[in-house]
Design a protein around this ligand. Sequence first.
Ligand code: ZN
Length: 313
Amino acid sequence: MTENDINQLIERQMHEWPFAAQQYEALQQTQCRELMVDGSVYRIQYNPARAVSSGAKVDKATLAKRPCFLCDANRPSQQEGVAFGADYKVLINPFPICPKHLTLPTVTHTPQSIGQRFGDLLDATKALPSYVLFYNGPYSGASAPDHAHFQAVAKGSLPLEQQWDSIERRPLQQIQGASLSYMNRALCPVLRIDATNKEAAEQLFATLLHTLEIKDEEIEPRLNLLLWWNNGAWVVWVFPRNSHRPECYFEEDELYRRMISPGCIDMAGLIVAARQADYEQLTEEELAQILREVSLDAAHFFQLIIQLKKNHD
Ligand SMILES: [Zn+2]
């Protein structure tokens, strides 16, 4: 798979799949506004088509009953896939958040997990240098936690791409070909791996994955990953998460309910509001509270940093 194959796929699908073409057309008309939170600009996008995902029930019983939309057998006949290696396909996402929005599901129906697939995610990132790749963990925004997949959007789509690149980071671990650092932000702490060597990136990520806490009966730590390839090196942002959805998502009083269901795109500064009231009424204070609740809290993040430093010394 080359990036050219993908650009041609997008072009073909816009001609051959009217539903998807209509969704991408509608995306151009979406309203956006900005909020300043924790020193960063967050863009709020009113995107009613995303109600399917923002409102998705992801409990085991619901998943078992619904036909999986990432399995070949259940996908719309017009949705074409391009092979990425033997194990993945590249599809266009028919409910886009950004002008070029891809989904990369595994060929087989198997649970979302990153431990054995981080190397594949690095490969996909290198193969698509004009894109930002991302991974939503099974408890952190994936709307199909039962079917492994990555996603990608065109570079330049997410507000924090540029903003965060310039923020100072503190070093944690350094090995030949890769380094691990962190940014100490008040609301959503974040770690970063910079790597020129794939094995070195995998080694640092494995260390991080094993240091992060796993909640009862879950298969991996709660997290989102955001990656890009730039000048011969990978950049990997890791957002450790506390919860998938904030309390206000479940609020019974309609006045205070905010159906914001953050995945990686939201953590990277593009907040998707599927309901008009949420889009219009969301305040800076509410957004700060949402980001604080869904991110790993400061005390646990501090413990993580200490642990990672200790492992290295
Ligand atoms: Zn499936």
